[in-house]
Design a binder for this molecule. Structure first.
Ligand SMILES: Cc1cc2nc3c(=O)[nH]c(=O)nc-3n(C[C@H](O)[C@H](O)[C@H](O)COP(=O)(O)OP(=O)(O)OC[C@H]3O[C@@H](n4cnc5c(N)ncnc54)[C@H](O)[C@@H]3O)c2cc1C
Length: 406
């Protein structure tokens, strides 16, 4: 029997499952809905490939830059920025690859609100990949599909969490394909698909209708604290929830129901595996003013160009940007250095969810703190600019690095 990585360290990248030529490994969901490999002893011939492939068992030395060139970036088309989580940099990079008849892989909301990785070849399909989905996406067979496209000489842009990108390189046995570009993002951690499923059921009961799509980051009321979660329902039209009232989002930012491996993430560090790393460029710009301040209200994507290959993609695409500096982005991004900590209530939350259902568990473990409510209220009342000016003043007066949590 193969010795796979420790259960709590497995990221669910499924590189081992996709690499197995004997279908001896299958994806199974644990009680929190996270996928783990299951070994079918009868089918396994003990070739050991899964052990060689696993990116956790075989960490690779990454040559990428420790302090990469850093940009505040945005898409030239305002419509696309409205539809993106941050500045739409991902779409600008994807546009180029699709124009070259390439293939773009990323996470999409599929039937029954399942989050899965898919590959697209047409620009009209790109909207499905846009925006953050705050649930672990099922990578399925996308490494196998990406490899086929690469071997056929097609350009491939593969986007995903840092662990999914590490899984892809491991699956490709670290073979360097000139026609492969990879994009990850600075990652807070991935929430449980089971909790998400329970949350969706709760919202379906509330609206009296099936939910067919969800936008985790709708900007119609503005970015930051004013973000909305929007549901497309079958019978009850479009329904909107404010972030601040939303238990699932609150559970995500307070890290209550993330995958176990996220709390020990090996990839919350520099250098990165991907050619390009994306992030929210928020709460910064105090020391060096933005030349393109007028672009700020719709959001910037922070872009780290981790190697020369990533540089080529930036140069070829029509991404709009201004130069910033790595230390600035890093100052607001703890997960470039350390993984998120596991809250002490996490196990109790899952126990309560199992025994008493989503509503009770959410009420007991996911209420928003008074501090967070004050912060959100202040942002809405003062507007983003004044809010940061106030934050700066408080920092100067108190000597604290930051008054507010992110
Ligand atoms: C779970 C999660 C945690 C995040 N944590 C942070 C953080 O701590 N700090 C930070 O600065 N930014 C974080 N982000 C990233 C950020 O929200 C934006 O994705 C990033 O700024 C890019 O924005 P954009 O407008 O350029 O592109 P967008 O159009 O928003 O592009 C989204 C890209 O992310 C991919 N994606 C979306 N959801 C998932 C998913 N569940 N799994 C894998 N890939 C996915 C899509 O395939 C697409 O490539 C997180 C995103 C997710 C999904």
């Amino acid at each position: 029997m193969p010795t796979l990585c420790k259960y709590e360290e497995c990221t669910g990248c499924q590189a081992c499952i996709q690499a197995c030529k004997h279908q001896a490994l299958r994806p199974i969901q644990n009680q929190h809905g996270f996928i783990h490999p299951y070994v079918d002893e009868k089918a396994c011939i003990e070739c050991g490939l899964c052990e060689i492939i696993c990116p956790i068992l075989n960490s690779v030395w990454v040559k990428n830059k420790l302090e990469p060139r850093t940009l505040a970036a945005w898409h030239k088309d305002m419509e696309v920025r409205w539809k993106s989580s941050s500045g739409g940099a991902f779409s600008a990079l994807a546009d180029y690859v699709l124009e070259q008849r390439g293939v773009v892989f990323g996470a999409a909301v599929t039937t029954k609100c399942k989050i899965k990785h898919i590959g697209i070849t047409q620009r009209m399909e790109l909207d499905a990949l846009r925006r953050s989905k705050y649930v672990q996406s099922d990578i399925g067979k996308s490494y196998i599909e990406a490899k086929k496209f690469l071997q056929d000489g097609r350009l491939v842009l593969f986007s995903g969490t840092p662990c999914q990108i590490a899984g892809l390189y491991a699956f490709l046995r670290n073979h360097q394909y000139d026609n492969l570009y990879t994009v990850d993002f600075i990652c807070h951690g991935v929430p449980s698909p089971f909790v998400f499923e329970e949350y969706i059921k709760r919202m379906e009961t509330k609206y009296g209708s099936d939910i067919v799509n969800i936008n985790f980051r709708d900007k119609r009321n503005g970015v930051e604290a004013n973000l909305l979660i929007v549901f497309n329902t079958l019978k009850s039209g479009v329904r909107i929830e404010r972030f601040k009232d939303n238990s699932f989002y609150h559970g995500f930012i307070s890290s209550v129901f993330l995958r176990d491996s996220c709390y020990k993430c090996q990839y919350a560090t520099m250098p990165r595996y991907a050619d390009i790393t994306l992030a929210d460029y928020r709460n910064i710009g105090n020391k060096k003013k933005f030349e393109h301040e007028k672009e700020r209200p719709l959001g910037f994507t922070g872009v780290m160009v981790n190697n020369e290959h990533g540089e080529v993609l930036i140069q070829n695409s029509e991404i709009q940007y201004e130069e910033r500096y790595f230390a600035e982005l890093a100052s607001s991004q703890p997960h470039l250095k350390v993984p998120i900590s596991k809250p002490s209530c996490s196990d109790d939350f899952f126990e309560c969810l199992k025994n008493e259902g989503y509503d009770k568990a959410a009420k007991r473990f996911l209420p928003m703190s008074i501090k967070k409510r004050i912060e959100i209220g202040a942002r809405m009342l003062l507007g983003v600019k004044f809010f940061y000016a106030l934050g700066k003043l408080v920092r100067i007066l108190t000597g604290k690095r930051s008054l507010f949590i992110e």
